[in-house]
Design a binder for this molecule. Structure first.
Ligand SMILES: *Cc1c(COP(=O)(O)O)cnc(C)c1O
Length: 383
């Protein structure tokens, strides 16, 4: 056997679509000693995590907890629990993640009623209204709040209200919006929301906070068919997360990851959720001013832009992959490539959570300006 050195990651500034830079407080919390997942001290931590998550989601929902798995696991948990075979599900798609929702609905035996909008645009609530009128027996409406693949923000308050008025449940993907964009689960009457840790919460990937209101829980409890996934069946998971002193073993919780989430949520609560939304917006405007004065153009219309994920058009003069490589190797800066319909056409610049800071904006503007100028002049920029 060769000998292996301990892995020491290179220094990076993470300004892509996630993961975002992790707060040093969270990294420190993650390294504390592991205790048992049924230890009374751990149970208290779980209770605090649920309270902190209710604050982040702006909800009083009893069923508010992290699923053990990345954002996709929260997505799948909502779909497998809330969709029964043969039910109609309106799935809004304006990017990659709406497409993923469609695939999951199909695998649960749901009938997808697609509401498609162009990549880079918000979901059009009028199309949802039309689809609900054409399919009054729709059981669920699923929509992505912040489409990270394109940088578009959709009006999920209006879409959730349309669903409710039509007697359907709403599922909202808030993986990238939680902590970064205004999201009011209770005021907006959203039935189920899932998120992730590695976007605006600045906690490493691997956990997926979810919240379900009483209407959604009633549906899960009253299902005619068993949930097709044992691991994600909320009827079983709740025995561990809400069992009080009688908590039963379901799976071994990712203990240290939960220390990290707890600390990340404390950071958010200390700042205040409204202040966090406002910081993301203010930093987006600062980034935008810098990039526009460097001659770059945004891909999403102004009124539909996400503050925490900025899609800019790749200038014709530059080589997409070579430029991103230069940003990573010379500036330690990670930004995201375009996905799907936008592959090769956009760069996705994240300003999420702990990474949404003035110094990162300055670094990013200078680095992007430099690689674009070098592409134009054909020579490396001399300082
Ligand atoms: C990142 C993301 C997901 C998936 O999260 P993973 O942690 O990668 O599984 C889902 N939806 C949206 C909008 C996302 O940005």
């Amino acid at each position: 056997m060769p000998t292996f050195s301990s892995f020491v990651p290179p220094r990076r500034v993470l300004m892509g679509p996630g993961p975002s830079d992790v707060s040093p407080r969270v990294l420190e919390a993650l390294s504390r000693p592991t205790i048992g997942h049924l230890d009374p001290a751990f149970i208290s931590l779980m209770e605090e995590i649920k309270q902190l998550l209710r604050y982040a989601f702006q909800t009083e929902n009893e069923l508010t907890m992290p699923i053990s798995g990345p954002g996709t696991a929260g997505m799948e948990t909502c779909v497998v629990n809330l969709v029964e075979p043969g039910e109609k599900v309106i799935v809004c798609q304006n990017g990659v993640f709406g497409g993923r929702l469609k695939e999951m609905v199909k695998r649960c035996g749901g009938l997808v009623i697609p509401v498609d909008d162009p990549w880079g645009r918000a979901v059009d609530p009028e199309k949802v209204e039309t689809a609900l009128r054409a399919h009054p027996d729709t059981a669920v409406v699923a929509v992505v709040h912040a489409e990270t693949s394109t940088g578009a923000l959709s009006d999920v308050a209006t879409i959730a209200a349309l669903a409710r008025n039509a007697g359907a449940l709403s599922i909202v993907d808030a993986v990238t919006s939680l902590g970064g964009s205004e999201l009011r689960t209770d005021d907006w009457g959203i039935d189920a929301v899932y998120s992730g840790t590695q976007k605006c919460l600045s906690v490493p990937p691997g956990l997926s906070p979810i919240t379900l209101n009483d209407r959604a829980v009633a549906k899960v409890r009253g299902r005619k068919t068993p949930v097709q996934s044992w691991f994600m069946d909320l009827n079983l998971i709740l025995g561990y997360w809400t069992g009080g002193a009688q908590r039963s073993y379901h799976h071994t919780a990712p203990i240290n990851a939960l220390y990290g989430l707890h600390e990340g949520l404390r950071v958010l609560a200390e700042e205040g959720i409204e202040k966090s939304w406002a910081r993301h917006t203010a930093n987006h405007h600062a980034l935008r001013a810098g990039l526009e004065s460097a001659g770059l153009t945004f891909a999403v219309p102004e009124a539909e832009r996400l503050p925490q994920l900025n899609s800019i058009l790749v200038p014709d003069v530059v080589d997409d992959a070579a430029s991103r490589k230069a940003l990573l190797e010379r500036f330690g800066l990670e930004i995201g490539a375009g996905l799907g319909a936008l592959a090769g056409k956009v760069w996705r610049i994240g300003l999420m959570g702990y990474a949404s800071r003035r110094e990162n904006i300055d670094l990013c503007v200078e680095a992007v300006e430099t690689v674009v100028r070098e592409a134009v002049t054909g020579m490396p920029h001399v300082q």
